[in-house]
Design a protein around this ligand. Structure first.
Ligand SMILES: NC(=O)c1ccc[n+]([C@@H]2O[C@H](COP(=O)([O-])OP(=O)(O)OC[C@H]3O[C@@H](n4cnc5c(N)ncnc54)[C@H](O)[C@@H]3O)[C@@H](O)[C@H]2O)c1
Length: 337
């Protein structure tokens, strides 16, 4: 029997998820819900589903096996907890929630209601990052000594939904939004957790008609439990777009650019690594989740992993405010599998 799906939030990223639903065998999209009736109807029309303006009605009426939550960050917790209470498995967009307390509530509700939760940390599903992880694990380049991650993209654009610029709705700016991807990538690539963070940010974003109170740039210096340091440089002003991860080893270097490729150097010159055919990361992600829903796989670390990312981001904001390095509490390391 097909696994049935309801989509909560019919905004920009919902489309990627519905395309993935169409591409994964054994899935059937029932309905899409958005508080904006036109958006819900438009998406429903394109994907031949029903539309709702209230996701609670959608879940109660359609009783989908799983939901995909693509709401603004401040609504992640309430929608995830409601969905879990209704017995729906949950694929929840990143970042998991506004803060660690909300992440804890989601994890507890998912456990109590015995549903599967995956937080959509999509970086793990890009072919370039998977190739990079294999190279790190093979150890051919020697010991990894540091990672430098750079992401520049125009953040304060007309196309970006306005809620991204309000702290109360987004939980932060470019660091919360894109930093979540960077922290996920580093922790996943190295199979470790961040143990301390030092950060400096700027708050100079402007948008006509919006009281922008989120940061537009951030520089983070982090240390992992494996003793490997990393820098994350994020900026969203008038930039030349760039998205590059460089990993520095004792016997060489590796460069990773999503959508472009992976390069390795053993003698001072980068050479491109042959890559396998790219499959949509959203299809890969959903395939993994559906296997878990069917009891054929597991996503059991996804909630704690996603919560650990919010913990690092919270520590980053605290470090910026206090002007000093912030250590993550030791109990965090004990309770994360
Ligand atoms: N994985 C990725 O690469 C990626 C990319 C973009 C966005 N995201 C994440 O996806 C989420 C959504 O981002 P987006 O860019 O699609 O935002 P968006 O604003 O385009 O979509 C959110 C939708 O939720 C709707 N909404 C608001 N309140 C609602 C409510 N109470 N009930 C029902 N619908 C409601 C809005 O009308 C909007 O259509 C965020 O968590 C964002 O960080 C992830």
């Amino acid at each position: 029997m097909d696994v049935t799906v309801g989509v909560i939030g019919a905004g920009i990223i919902a489309e990627e998820h519905l395309q993935a639903v169409e591409a994964v065998e054994g899935l059937h999209a029932l309905a899409a819900a958005d508080i904006d009736e036109q958006k819900a109807e438009k998406l429903a029309e394109r994907y031949n589903t029903k539309s709702y303006t209230d996701y609670r009605d959608m879940i109660k009426t359609e009783t989908p096996d799983m939901v995909i939550i693509t709401l603004p960050h401040y609504l992640h917790k309430e929608a995830a907890v409601f969905s879990a209470e209704q017995g729906c498995h949950i694929l929840l967009e990143k970042p998991m929630a506004l803060n660690t307390a909300e992440c804890g509530e989601i994890i507890q509700s998912v456990r109590e209601n015995r549903v599967q939760l995956m937080v959509g940390h999509i970086q793990q599903y890009f072919q370039e990052n998977r190739t990079a992880k294999q190279i790190v694990e093979q150890g051919e380049l020697g010991s990894l000594v540091m990672i430098n991650e750079t992401r520049h993209l125009p953040y304060f654009t007309r196309e970006r939904p306005r809620w991204f610029f309000e702290w109360s709705k987004a939980g932060g700016g470019i660091v919360m939004n894109l930093g979540a991807h960077c922290i996920d990538k580093i922790q996943w690539l190295l199979d470790t957790k961040v143990s301390r963070v030092m950060a400096a940010m700027t708050y100079k974003g402007e948008e006509p008609g919006v009281a922008v109170d989120v940061e537009g740039s951030g520089l983070l210096f982090i240390h992992t439990e494996k003793g490997i340091p990393a820098s994350i440089s994020l900026s969203g002003y008038e930039v030349v777009p760039k998205q590059v991860t460089e990993l520095i080893f004792t016997n060489g270097m590796m460069k990773v650019e999503i959508g472009k490729g992976v390069w390795v150097s053993k003698s001072g010159v980068y050479e491109k690594v042959a890559s396998t055919k790219e499959i949509s990361p959203f299809v890969r992600q959903l395939t993994d989740f559906v296997r878990a829903v069917k009891g054929e796989g597991t996503v059991k670390k996804s909630g704690p992993h996603a919560k650990s990312i919010i913990e690092v981001l919270e520590a980053g904001y605290k470090s910026h405010e206090q002007g000093e390095m912030v250590s993550l509490p030791p109990e965090r390391r004990e309770d994360q599998p």
